[in-house]
Design a protein around this ligand. Structure first.
Ligand code: SF4
Length: 339
């Protein structure tokens, strides 16, 4: 029998689920789970009889770590197996100051089919529930307790699974549990206008990134098919609405593909797209994945000169631009390599 996992429930939902137990008992369970405890037996401020009663009906977790891949640069990728034997990946990234960021997945596979992304080649299998999202962070914390930031940028399109993600974010941000500040959580979308507006209207008030890659519509339609149903002007309007409601700077991520989206036209289109937005552009060199092609030609990573030149041209036009360091490549844990 599969017992429902309690890991993904925010405090209020846990109190409701555990009724007629008094609310303070649910709070105790919530705090144990947030502290990383994985069995009711270890919850020593509950009576033995209560621990056994909980164990008969519920489980703490619904997933297990099935493989661990450390990279010498400090990145760690976990392969996590779910109750139905499906597998997902979650990653810890470390920056130059050794601040650690957890990169979490929201779906098994992904339906969006971006041509430069390994996850996109897998297709979509199903959405994750909140327990499966929360447990990724718990698993990562069991390897590295000191995690400062969360990015929702792993496998899947988060805005296609916003309801379960909201529940998981409720667990992450509860001051009685993990207590993550919303400012330390970033959601990255491929550009679902309706979802961006939903986030603007209904929160939570986390940071937003758009995986833009190129603002040249024709090229983006070929690289990211989401553009066909969510045209860039509609996405931009949604971003403006988000900024009007949330007053937060957004990040526009551009995965640079050698010889494809580093042309002058791409610079001009980006400059045009940024107008009217409070945004910073984050350049990410494409991380090689064996066998990936674009319209019959093998994809290649951009040369250092290509990236530097692209950045310089944007800066010359007074655009705020940063560059993401390459991390986790040896373990296929870098952006676009999960799967
Ligand atoms: S880049 Fe993101 S949205 Fe696109 S296929 Fe990969 S996981 Fe899906």
């Amino acid at each position: 029998m599969i017992k429902p996992a309690l890991s993904g429930l925010p405090l209020e939902a846990l109190q409701e689920t555990l009724k007629p137990l008094p609310a303070y008992r649910a709070r105790q369970v919530f705090k144990w789970l947030a502290g990383g405890v994985r069995s009711f037996d270890a919850m020593t401020n509950l009576s033995r009889a209560l621990r056994e009663a909980l164990d008969a009906r519920f489980s703490c977790y619904s997933s297990v770590i099935s493989a661990q891949f450390p990279d010498p640069d400090g990145t760690v990728k976990l392969q996590i197996t779910l109750q139905d034997d499906k597998r997902i990946e979650a990653v810890i990234l470390a920056d130059a100051l050794q601040r650690r960021t957890a990169c979490l997945s929201t779906q098994v596979g992904c339906p969006m089919g971006c041509v430069f992304c390994k996850t996109g080649t897998l297709g979509w299998s199903r959405n994750l529930d909140s327990a499966e999202m929360v447990e990724q962070l718990f698993h990562l914390r069991s390897i590295q307790p000191d995690i400062a930031n969360i990015v929702i940028m792993g496998m899947g399109e988060p805005l296609m699974n916003l309801s379960e993600l909201r529940t998981a974010l409720g667990v992450f941000t509860d001051p009685e549990g993990l207590g993550f500040s919303k400012r330390r959580i970033t959601l990255s979308t491929s550009g679902i206008a309706k979802g961006i507006r939903d986030l603007a209207d209904n929160g939570p008030d986390i940071r937003l990134a758009l995986s833009l890659t190129t603002a040249d519509t024709r090229l983006r339609e070929r690289l990211m098919p989401v553009t066909l149903t969510n045209p860039l002007p509609v996405v931009k309007e949604a971003l403006r609405y988000y900024q009007h409601r949330r007053r937060r700077r957004i990040t526009l991520e551009a995965v640079l593909l050698g010889g494809i989206n580093t042309r002058d036209e791409d610079v001009d289109a980006l400059v045009d797209f940024v107008k009217g937005l409070d945004a910073v552009i984050n350049l990410i060199s494409w991380n090689p994945v064996e066998g990936m092609t674009f319209e019959g030609r093998p994809l290649r990573q951009p040369s250092q000169g290509e990236v530097a030149g692209f950045m310089a041209r944007l800066e010359k036009k007074q655009i705020k631009v940063t560059q993401r360091l390459r991390k986790g490549r040896s373990i296929a844990g870098a952006c676009g390599q999960l799967g």
